[in-house]
Design a protein around this ligand. Structure first.
Ligand code: HEM
Length: 409
């Protein structure tokens, strides 16, 4: 038995440098320490699970790996947690922080409002938007592919679905960017108070408006949704809209931008997709696998001592299932380091698995397929306008993506 600590270097898995290329470290963990204890910048311990089969097991075993840390931690462990400002509390009533019946109830309510029809209706809108953005870029001959293309598509679409007016979208993205970088960077939680207060004030106002004046949008549908007589409470509603807005754009932006970078770095695959646009379905699955827009699943907590590969994860400690590592596991994928847009039977875990499987996967696929195909078909001379080493990656846990991606057209 050991505690999983060995001679591997301690790295800051939320730091910019690590984010630029986490794959060699994960390959070492899979080989040498598949259950590995690290310390996050906020001083919390986290156990990294890096092999495919183990990641799958963690995601599916929602009895031993729970989301609600209050159910897993002892009083002593709870007392040691970093301070959480009280105004963050409403957001803890969200899908990703709940288990069992509470989660199932919230999830069934979202499924009632966020239906395949709502998503499919956006197809034409995504196409028009992608082409408008490329028209603008083509006139300039260059763009920052993140700011000018990959971000506006999912941000506009999720805002339109929910009913967030255009003038408020940039503001919302700034708040969410600050909050995402805070969660794990070890900065004081105090820095999160102004954006969180702004978000709460903003969402309460929009919810009240929709109660008074219903519209044809998802916020109205969520306000009205009712199943077996159980409406969402005000805090649940707030948390639901917040998670949808953040998960609805902070992930897909990385699929489009990192996907474009991967194709630029693999000209044979770019050329193949140009010749055969019908490959876009398998290409997007492969880009999710290869680029890891969500690098680690959100945190879970061991509800009991769990023994795995000779290591014991103590009850109450945080567990991170590293999706980006599972998706490069040589035990599961042939040539995992190769980008192969024709890959068949691609069982990647990029959208998670089990009860928390991504609610937005159909929308992410729709946006990713349209955005990447438009880019590849419309811009035959697309090329990087910076060296790969100069690209800056965003710090933080969970998502992985670039700050900017300068390209010439
Ligand atoms: C490429 C884009 C996306 C990727 C890679 C992705 C990935 C994921 C993953 C891995 C999870 C599971 C997290 C866990 O188990 O800890 C998840 C959950 C979730 N995703 Fe996505 N996502 C994407 C886009 C979206 C979009 C567009 C939306 C909304 C419109 C969305 C909404 C959600 C929600 C609400 C959950 C929580 C589900 C639950 O807890 O039951 N995602 N996503």
């Amino acid at each position: 038995m050991n505690n999983g600590i060995n001679n591997l270097p301690q790295v800051n898995i939320a730091g910019r440098e690590f984010k630029s290329d986490p794959y060699p470290f994960y390959a070492r963990l899979r080989a040498e320490a598949p259950v590995y204890r690290t310390v996050l910048p906020d001083k919390q311990a986290a156990w990294l699970i890096t092999r495919y089969d183990d990641v799958l097991m963690v995601l599916k075993d929602d009895q031993r790996f729970v989301k609600n840390f209050r159910m897993a931690k002892s009083d002593e462990q709870l007392a040691k947690l970093p301070w959480i400002p009280p105004m963050f509390k409403p957001f803890m009533n969200n899908l990703l922080d709940s288990d069992g019946d509470v989660h199932a109830r919230r999830r069934s309510l979202i499924h009632k409002a966020f239906t395949p029809r709502v998503i499919e209706q956006m197809r034409g809108r995504v196409e028009t938007l992608a082409h408008e953005l490329l028209d603008t870029a083509a006139r300039r001959g260059q763009m920052d592919l993140v700011r000018d293309y990959a971000l506006p598509i999912p941000l506009t679409i999720i805002s339109e679905i929910l009913g967030v007016p255009p003038k408020d979208r940039e503001k919302f993205h700034k708040w969410s960017k600050t909050l995402l970088s805070l969660t794990s960077a070890g900065n004081s939680a105090l820095l999160g108070i102004p954006p969180i207060l702004a978000v709460i004030r903003y969402l309460r106002r929009i919810i009240n408006e929709r109660r008074r004046n219903p519209q044809d949008d998802l916020i109205t549908a969520l306000v009205q949704v009712e199943e077996a007589g159980s409406r969402l409470t005000e805090d649940e509603l707030l948390a639901m809209i917040f998670v949808l807005l953040i998960a609805g754009h902070e992930t897909t932006v990385n699929l489009i931008a990192s996907g474009a970078l991967a194709l630029l770095q693999h000209p044979d695959q770019m050329a193949l997709l140009r010749r055969q646009p019908e490959l876009i379905g398998s290409a997007v699955e492969e880009l999710v696998r290869y680029t890891g827009p969500v690098e680690q699943a959100t945190e879970r907590y061991a509800s009991e001592d769990v023994a795995l590969h000779g290591v014991t994860i103590p009850k109450g400690e945080m567990v991170l299932a590293v999706l980006a590592s599972a998706n490069r596991d040589e035990r599961t994928f042939d040539n995992p380091e190769r980008l192969d847009i024709r890959r068949e039977n691609n069982k990647h875990l990029g959208f998670g698995q089990g009860v928390h499987y991504c609610v937005g996967a159909p929308l992410a696929r729709l946006e990713g397929q349209i955005a990447i195909n438009a880019l590849v078909q419309r811009l035959p001379n697309l090329r990087l306008a910076a060296t790969p080493e100069a690209l800056r990656w965003r710090p933080g846990l969970t998502v992985r993506g670039m700050e900017a991606l300068p390209v010439a057209l």
